[in-house]
Each structure stands twice: as C-alpha cells, then as structure tokens.
Design a protein. Structure first.
Length: 368
C-alpha cells in the first residue's frame, strides 16, 4: 500500500508545531493557475499567502514576473528574490510612505506601484515621485462591494483619478479592485455576483476613456473569482491562496488546486478517555475562524473542545489508538494567517523534510 502523500519519513527530526510545504504540489498549483490566467503577463499573484522567497523564485522560473503584496516587508522580500514588478495593494500611511521611497532607492531595477483612494495619500506619493525624479505608478483603489478600502466608481473617484494625472510626481497606472466579499461556493452564483460587482467598473472605465484618461491596467480579484476575472482578457488576475490551498477554499469545487502546505502537530497529553491534547494552539494555526480550524488527514473523526494559546484539545473515539508523541498532519481552514505564524517552513520532497525555508516576509520589517 502506498504511503499517504503527506507523511514524512524523517518526522522525528521535525519539531512541532511546524509548517510543511510540498514544492511538487506548489509547482502543480502554479501551472494550473497559469492555465487559468492564459498568459503570464496577465498573472499577478498575491504573495501574502506564502511570504517566502523560494516560492517567488518558483513563480519566476515559470515566467511570472509581476506580483502583488500587502506590506513593505513582502515587497522587499520579493524584490530581493528577483521580482521585476511589485504592486503594494494596501494603502500607505505614516512611516510606510518613507519606507516605500526607500524601496525604490534600494531596488532601482524593480518597478514598485501602489494604490490610492484619497487626496492625502495622493499628495504624499506625489512628493515621493517629485523628490526622486521618477513618478510613482499609482492605481486608483475601487470598492466593488467589499467596503474595506477604495472608492465606489462614481464622480468622486473620477475626480481623484483625473487629479492623479495632473500631479507630475504620479503616473496613473489604472485600477485596483478586490472582490473578497464574493465567495459563494456555487460557480453560477459567483459569476452573477461578479457581473453585478464589475458592471459599474466597466462603465467607469468607459467614462475615463471618453475624458482622455487612459486606464493601462486593471488588477482585479482574489482566488474565488480567479477563473471569472480571467475571462476579462484586459484584466490582470491577482489570486493568492491558490498556491497552498486550504480546507476553507475546498468548497470551491470548480477550482482544481491541490493542498500544498500543512501543519505538523503532536499529541502532548491525553487528558481523558476520548481526548487528545495537541501542541496546536492559537500561535500555531489561524484562530480567527470558528471551529473546526483544522482538518486532520490521519485522524479524521475529531471534535475540537478547547483551543488556547499553545493547546488544542480534541475529542475522538480513536484516542486510545494514539500515543504521546504521535505526529498528526492537518490542513488549516485559513492558510494565509497560519503561514504568518511561522519563521520557517520545512519543504517536503520525496517523502522527506529538507532544510527549512525562511518565511521572511512574516516580519513587519526586514531591513527597510
């Protein structure tokens, strides 16, 4: 009988809790994502999920040179790894504006862009562009229904985009649109919601065009709407979770991605006849969602009964079959914030865990 794909033969050498990455599966996910995007030039993956230089290099090897990120640290990590074009898709404020300027100075061969949804940020970015002599590429952040950042595509958004074009320190580079509120498991429902959300955007782009305000790029979507956005051939797609996948996203049956990152945990106590205590606390797996926060590949019949900083207590009829120190492999409900809990990840190839990779961009600050 074949050994399950997730098991590692040298598990005794891997301390728990530990993040495991399966590069072969990551590679397949990258290839699948490129098939959906249709062309590497239209693919701008979000690195918030993995925060890891080795994964950036895997993308570069596949011909992908554009990336999206959320933090200055993520941008620095990607630039050091060789990324040519990086969009920081989170509004910059305070000292982060100066850090953005420093990025442009330290990595002159990398194109850095960012987003904007207000005049205050626009003026600050204009000052950076003017002082450096190189305009800052700025994408107008559009709110298509999530209600987090961005402007609805109305008269106020139109005026801001026109004002961006009038500031010599800026280069209006297009629109950024994140549709994270669209995550219906049913593809037809997702398609309908996506059409409704993006219809005003299409009208807005036409209005800008008639006013002589070009929109060179539209960076749009996350993982759930990835195949839908990919049909809009003039848009760049920016999914993130596809690279590792998780059980929260497995509800999207139309998206054919593989689990490529797991958390290794161990039984550290047996507090009752049908109970196990694991070293899988809030500090080891993302805890922002309700239980279950993990699916166990080699212990399927479990019920979480307590979760604290360092511990997870499970109830299971299989508790008697588990010994202290037994290794369990679990899939997080939400992989992105789970990865951010780890300094290192163990790449697993040919059934063995290798030398750890740094999850360098989990830091708030690397050097800049």
């Amino acid at each position: 009988m074949d050994k399950p794909w997730f098991r590692i033969s040298n598990v005794a050498q891997v301390p728990s809790p530990a993040l495991l990455i399966y590069p072969g599966r990551v590679q397949r996910n990258i290839e699948r994502a490129l098939q959906i995007a249709g062309d590497a030039s239209r693919f701008r993956p979000h690195i918030k999920t993995h925060k890891c230089a080795e994964i950036v290099r895997m993308h570069l090897a596949a011909g992908i040179c554009k990336f999206k990120c959320a933090t200055i640290a993520e941008a620095e990590m990607a630039a050091k790894a060789g990324a040519e074009d990086i969009l920081i898709a989170s509004p910059l404020a305070g000292p982060n504006l100066g850090r953005f300027q420093k990025l442009r100075e330290i990595f002159p061969d990398t194109l850095f862009a960012t987003i904007c949804d207000n005049a205050v940020t626009a003026r600050a970015l204009h000052s950076i562009g003017e002082s450096s002599g190189t305009p800052v590429p700025v994408l107008l952040d559009i709110d298509c229904g999530m209600g987090r950042t961005g402007l609805v595509p109305d008269a106020l958004a139109f005026e801001l985009y026109r004002n961006l074009s009038r500031l010599p320190g800026l280069r209006p580079a297009g629109l950024h649109i994140y549709d994270g509120h669209i995550h219906d498991p049913d593809l037809l429902a997702r398609e309908r919601l996506c059409r409704e959300a993006f219809a005003p955007v299409a009208d807005f782009i036409k209005r800008l065009g008639k006013a002589g305000l070009p929109v060179p790029t539209v960076v749009a979507g996350g993982t759930p709407t990835f195949p839908i956005i990919a049909r809009r051939t003039k848009y760049e797609c920016s999914p993130g979770t596809y690279v590792f996948w998780d059980f929260g996203y497995q509800k999207f049956g139309d998206l054919d991605f593989s689990l490529a990152a797991l958390v290794l945990t161990r039984v550290i106590s047996k507090p009752g006849a049908n109970r196990l205590c694991l070293d899988l606390g809030h500090k080891a797996i993302a805890a922002e969602n309700p239980q279950p926060r993990a699916q166990f590949l080699n212990l399927p019949d479990v019920t979480p009964v307590m979760h604290s900083e360092e511990h997870l207590v499970l109830e299971t009829p299989a508790a008697a079959e588990c010994a202290i120190g037994d290794a369990l492999y679990c899939v997080p409900r939400h992989i992105c914030p789970t990865v951010a809990l780890y300094d290192l990840a163990y790449p697993v190839e040919k059934g063995r865990a290798g030398q750890p990779w740094k999850i360098e961009a989990r830091k708030r600050r690397i050097t800049i």
